[in-house]
Design a protein around this ligand. Structure first.
Ligand code: ADP
Ligand code: MG
Length: 234
C-alpha cells in the first residue's frame, strides 16, 4: 500500500502536532507558575531576585512556544477581501500603548485610494505587530515608529520605519533564520514568521538599514490591476 500525504495534508498534520505539544507543555508550565507565586509568599526577601529570573524564563519559554506554534501552523491560510488600513487602525492602539510605556511615538502615514487586498487578517495583524515591536525594541525613548502605506500600480507597500539602532551586516544576513536573536529575551522567531506570512500572501519583504540610522522594513503585496474598480474606503 502506498501511503503518501500530499503537501497540504502534511503541513496540516505538523500544525496539529505542534498545537497538541504546545497544549501539553503549557499546562505544566502554568502549574509551575502558580506554585512559584505561592512559594514566593513564604520565601525570604533575598529569594526575590531568583524568583524574578525563574518567572522571566518561564515567560520566555512561553513566547517561544507561541511563536513556534504560529510558524508550524502556517500551512494553509484562508484569505478575504480586506482593507489594509482597517487592519492597521485596529492595531494602532496596541502599538501606541506599548510605545507610550517606552516614551516613544507611533505615526501613521496612510495613502489614499487603497485597493482591496486578499488578506488573512489575523496573520497580517501578527506581521505588523512583530515588525512594530522589533522597531520599538531597537529604539531609545523618544524614538519614532512610522507605519506607512504606498499604493503603486500592481502593488501596495507597507513600510515599518524606526529611528533605532539600525542593523549590522550579520543581523541583515541572519535575521530570517529561526532562533537568530541579539536580544536577551528574544525568541528569534518573529522575522521568520513575518517572512512566511508575507510569502503566503504572494508578497515580498525587504529591509533598508544602516547602523545608527534606523531601519525600514518594506512589505509589498501584489494585487490584480484589472480589479481597479474595487477600492477600499479610505
Ligand atoms: P527577536 O525579536 O526575538 O530577537 P526577530 O526574528 O523578531 O527575533 O528578530 C531577529 C533579530 O533581527 C533581532 O534580534 C535583531 O537583532 C534584528 N532586528 C529585527 N528588527 C530590527 C529593527 N527594526 N532594528 C534593528 N534590529 C532588528
Ligand atoms: Mg522580534
Amino acid at each position: 500500500i502506498r501511503s503518501e500525504l500530499d503537501h497540504v495534508e502534511r503541513l496540516t498534520l505538523v500544525g496539529q502536532m505542534a498545537a497538541g505539544i504546545t497544549h501539553e507543555i503549557r499546562n505544566p508550565m502554568a502549574v509551575v507558575r502558580g506554585f512559584l507565586q505561592l512559594m514566593r509568599e513564604k520565601s525570604t526577601p533575598d529569594m526575590d531576585s531568583y524568583y524574578q529570573i525563574v518567572m522571566d524564563e518561564l515567560d520566555r519559554a512561553n513566547s517561544i512556544i507561541t511563536d513556534f506554534l504560529s510558524l508550524a501552523q502556517s500551512g494553509i491560510s484562508s484569505k478575504e477581501d480586506s482593507n489594509l488600513h482597517d487592519v492597521i487602525e485596529e492595531l494602532a492602539p496596541l502599538l501606541w500603548a506599548d510605545a507610550n510605556l517606552r516614551g516613544q511615538i507611533v505615526e501613521l502615514k496612510l495613502c489614499d485610494s487603497l485597493p482591496v487586498l486578499r488578506l488573512n487578517v489575523k496573520e497580517i495583524k501578527q506581521l505588523v505587530l512583530n515588525l512594530g515591536r522589533n522597531a520599538m525594541e531597537a529604539m531609545d525613548p523618544k524614538g519614532v515608529l512610522t507605519l506607512e502605506t504606498r499604493c503603486e500600480s500592481g502593488k501596495v507597500e507597507l513600510l515599518v520605519r524606526d529611528t533605532g539602532s539600525g542593523m549590522s551586516e550579520t543581523e541583515l544576513e541572519k535575521m530570517f533564520i529561526p532562533f537568530f536573536t541579539t536580544k536577551d529575551q528574544g525568541t528569534g522567531l518573529g522575522l521568520p514568521l513575518c517572512l512566511s506570512i508575507v510569502e503566503r500572501h504572494g508578497g515580498a519583504i525587504s529591509v533598508d538599514s544602516s547602523a545608527g540610522a534606523g531601519t525600514v522594513f518594506i512589505v509589498s503585496f501584489p494585487y490584480e490591476t484589472k480589479e481597479k474598480a474595487t477600492y477600499a474606503e479610505a
